[in-house]
Design a protein around this ligand. Structure first.
Ligand code: AHG
Ligand code: MN
Ligand code: MN
Length: 331
């Protein structure tokens, strides 16, 4: 596809064209992805105007995670729910910012999918203009599902049909997979559309970059500390932004490994399974990388037992994950 053609291929038309490959495809995905695209344009606007519109800073209360809620966390959550709430094929919404799922309609009333999302990831970076983003996962709902928390955590990874994120960085980048490779779009503000910039993105098999918050090293299990010692002795460089979307995006493009381990004070780690680790793992695997929660444990094989469950994360280039895994297996 020529550069001109690519840059005029919008997210909408790309997903519609992809769906035509599937017999009986009903346009469900494009409907949901167009809602997410609309929400992300609005959130991106708010993020870029945060200082102007004075929507920085925290709400003064905490969310279900027990974390300081930023004003923009709440605003982003409301924007996404407003955009997705109008899609008649969505049964339930699960948000990092809401204790329980928002049930929109039962399966028999047409609710065929649930959308799980982190409306604003990395929000602690907001007031210093560092990349933040939105992460989403689309899971198919089985018959008779009512959208209760129990329904949502019933082996979601096997029902995950699409995953993606939008990074509000120097440009707004929309990265998505519907199980058929990973594709990247950039918001062309002159036409207001996300346009295709890279089809079938593949993560490099190796690159000597690790991404971890080394400030917590004393609280990591030994295996991670042994890996870090090995990496220091083998010429690795460290890159850590503190927004998962930005750190994973760099890992996807340049290769390397992103790690958020369990610690003595957070034995299950910090990142949430349903709307951070699970969608990012689908993207990394679709791009040819690996994502594990422990030595020999593929992250997407883990079955969560609660809605906001956290999980340790080691994801990125296959060879780089292997280097970490080698040390974890000695734990
Ligand atoms: P969120 O802003 O949605 O709560 O997510 C923040 C997460 C993730 O984006 C990032 O990788 C991690 O927090 C950084 O945590 P530390 O500040 O503990 O390194
Ligand atoms: Mn997050
Ligand atoms: Mn968040």
């Amino acid at each position: 596809m020529s550069k001109i053609q690519q840059n005029l291929m919008s997210l909408q038309s790309y997903v519609l064209a992809e769906e035509r490959e599937y017999p009986g495809a009903t346009g469900d995905f494009s409907w949901i992805l167009s809602a997410i695209s609309l929400a992300s344009k609005s959130i991106g606007n708010k993020v870029r105007r945060a200082r102007i519109e004075d929507v920085l800073g925290d709400m003064g209360d905490t969310n279900v995670q027990g974390e300081q809620q930023q004003k923009l966390d709440v605003l982003s959550n409301e924007i996404i729910k407003a955009c997705l709430g109008s899609r008649a094929n969505i049964g339930a919404l699960v948000s990092e910012e809401d204790e329980t799922p928002t049930v929109l309609r039962s399966h028999k009333d047409g609710g065929r999918y649930a959308v799980l999302f982190d409306p604003l990831d990395g929000s602690s970076n907001l007031d210093v203009s560092v990349g933040v983003g939105t992460i989403f996962s689309i899971v198919r709902l089985g018959e008779g599902v009512k959208g209760t928390p129990e329904d949502m955590i019933l082996n979601p990874a096997s029902r995950q049909v699409a995953a993606g994120y939008v990074l509000y960085g120097s440009s707004s980048v929309f990265v998505v997979t519907t199980g058929n490779g990973v594709h990247m779009f950039v918001l062309d503000n002159s036409i207001g559309s996300f346009v295709l910039v890279k089809e079938n993105l593949r993560i490099p098999a190796t690159n000597k970059i690790y991404s971890i918050n080394e400030a917590y090293a004393d609280r990591f299990p030994d295996g991670y500390r042994d890996y870090l010692k090995w990496a220091h002795d083998n010429g690795y460089t460290s890159r850590y932004i503190g927004s998962m979307v930005a750190d994973v995006h760099r890992t996807l493009i340049k290769g390397g490994v992103f790690i958020y381990p369990q610690t003595t004070d957070r034995p299950e780690g910090k990142l949430r399974y349903l709307y951070e680790a699970m969608p990012m793992s689908m993207l990394i695997e679709q791009a040819g990388g690996r994502s594990i929660a422990a030595a020999g444990t593929r992250l997407l094989d883990v079955k969560p037992s609660s809605l906001h469950e956290r999980i340790p994360v080691v994801m990125g280039s296959s060879e780089e994950v292997q280097h970490v895994e080698r040390f974890l297996s000695k734990d």
